[in-house]
Structures are given as C-alpha cells and as structure tokens.
Design a protein around this ligand. Sequence first.
Ligand code: ASP
Length: 430
Amino acid sequence: MSHPDTTTSPETKTRPWWQRIPLTLQIVIALVAAVSVGIALGAGNPSPSNATLINNLAIPAELVLKALRALATPLILVAVLHTLMTTNIPGTTGRRLFVLLLTNTTVAILVGLFVANVLRPGTWGNVATSTNTQITSQSLDPWGLLKDAVPEAVLKPLVDNNVIQLIVIALSFGIVLRGLKSEQIAQGKNGYQPIEDVIGILFEAVVRILNWVIALVPFAVFGIVAKTVAKEGFAPFQSLGAFIIAVLVALLLQACYYLTRVKFGSWVDPLKFLAGGSDAFLTAFSTSSSAAAMPITFEVLQTKVGLRESSAALGALVGANFNNDGTALYEAMSALYISQLIGQHLSLGQQVIVILTSIFASVGAANIPNAGLVTMTLVFTSVGLPTQYIALLVTVDWFLDRCRTAINVMGDMTVSTLLDGKKPRTVDEA
Ligand code: ASP
C-alpha cells in the first residue's frame, strides 16, 4: 500500500538528535548491548536470584508486539481504502494486472514454503519453548474458508484481527467508494472529496503512530535478545542464522523466477532488466521502503529499461500498492519457521491457510519499513501460532526487511515489463 509522505513533516524536522541516528544503527547498538548484558546475566546459566529481572527484560518486546497487533487492522483497512480511492486503473489492463499480481504473489509464497519445508531452518537449533503453545488443529476446508470470509458484523474483523474478513470489508467499501467517486466526477459533483480527505488523513495518522512504535523497536530487540542470551545462551541464534539463510535462498529463487518470466514474457533482456533496475533495488535495500523507491523504480523502468510510460506506471505506481511478493514469501516462511522451532508442525491444510492469509497480509502491508512485521501477526493468528515468537524475528527484521523490499520492487518491475509485451516501444511511443 502507498502511504502519505511523512518524511518532510514538521514532526520529522523537530526530532531530537537520538532519533536521528538511523534505526539500523540503533538496532545494532541494542544488539551489542543486549549480548553483553545477556552474558553478564549468565549466558544460558542464569542465577535464580536474577530470574525476575531476566523475565522483565521481555516486557518492551511484548508491548511493541501488542501495539503492532493493534495497528495491523486499521492500517490494512485505511491503506486499501486509500489506494482504491486514489489510484487510476484502466479497465481491461486492470484485469491483466490483477492476474499477474496474484500469480507472482502465489509463486512467491509457494517458493517460501518449499524452501522452509526442505531446509527446515527451525530445526537447526534449540529454543526452550517457555510459552505454553497450543496450535489449534485446522484441516483443509475450502467451504469453511469461504464461509469464514464473510464477517458477522462490519466492525468484527477489526476487533478479531481477522485479515481475510477485513480485506473483504476493505475491498467492498473501497470498490463502492471508487464507483461513487467516478459517478460524481461524471456528474460534475465533488461530494466524495471530504471522505477521500478523511481516509487520507486517517492513513497518515496510523502511519505516524506506527512510526512511534517502530522507534521503540531497538528497546524491544535489546530486551528480547538480552533475555534469550541470559536464559538460553546462543543456541537460539543458530536457528535464526539458518532462517536468514533460508529466506535469502527463497528470495534468490524468486528473483530467478522474475528473470525467467521477463525473458520469456517480454521483449526485455533479463540482464538489461537487472542492470537498469539496480538503482531501484539499491534504494529499496537502503531505505527498507518500496514507497521510497517508487519514484526511482518508475524512472528507471522508462529511462534505463526502456518501457512505455503506461506500463511503467501500472507496475511501479499502481501495482506496487498491492504487490509485495517478498513480504508474502517472508510471512509464510516465518510462520513455518516458528512452527518448526516450537515443534508444532503445520498440516497441509494449515499451510494453505498460511498461503491465503499471507496473500492478504502482503496486500495490506504498507510499503514502509517493517510493515510486514505488523501484518505477520495476522498470519500467525489465523493458524493459532503464538504471536510472541515474532519478537524473535524482530531481531533479524532490520536486515531481512531490506532484502524482501528489494524483491518487492523487483516484482513491481517484472509486472511492468510483462505488461509492456513482446514488442519494444517505437520512437513515436518514446
Ligand atoms: N518494507 C517493505 C516494503 O516497503 C514492507 C515489509 O515490511 O515487508 O516494501
């Protein structure tokens, strides 16, 4: 989802000096401090007198996760409404765009689940499962899924954090509001404008609150890492290392899939695609935000890859709002990883639910840093996985977010390139 530009807001300009230290650096400092404190507190052999202190170290992470869970649903709702009301999608191309987006995202999730099932990163190390984990067993029930997609009350999905029902509500209202807007424009009326403004402002408000929570992430990382090192030593990080490797392998496979599609589905040479897109990939990697990379993606698609402006706009500006393949892949892999880690394996039926909710969660993820972490809470809830384990993922998210954001941008560029077709643009079209 797109988001309003908050980088030049007055709030940003008046930030105190410590908030101007890049988040990544803050997290690295938190990690170093946490490891030292964890070692000082026993590194796997804690003294019983420190037990309360060690347990309390997890409080910031619990609070951050609670806040992220609370923000996930309003964020998805207003982001979908905002995008549907403000973006311009032409008719038949819209259908083609939709099919491309859905195929790419589904492939991304399947790649993620395949790699997680083969490499089984969650079994590479031991983590003491301190929390009582109970996975509700769910079998594959397509009719039940369809029935569950319709909420009992309009506001219920917001309260229950049910992502599929929420997207149904958001899409229904979004499509209707969009239709009403076009009718009013055709009649020369502008009654839709106040609603559009309210949705825009609500969106900006949710994103700003999200930024406050994200500013607290270094404290959460400090607490959870210090507690884990103190209680269990370094064994859990062995499995996190395996998880990082597995995610990187899956993202690489997804990149190969894009290049193959570009080769056989468009006139563009995959190498030119890679070289031309490098500025966009690097911006995505360095900012962790595909929204920040969006103008650059749009620009390089035209100037360096050589696409028509209309195809560049559809993939990089319109599709980008719904298309987060890297995020979808990551969310599905995280659910599987945590299920392996705590020894509660997900059945095939549950993995299908993970596929569906990851598609919706990635559609609802804003194109800003760490947004995937927010909507991940919804994927976990859908299969009864304990969301407190997301705290463990927070420690590596600063790095993996960068990698999946680059893939999100590559996915948008692939969609643009495929829409551009098999014939290069002519001089007249340039
Ligand atoms: N940072 C990602 C993006 O901007 C979203 C995510 O957190 O997965 O595309």
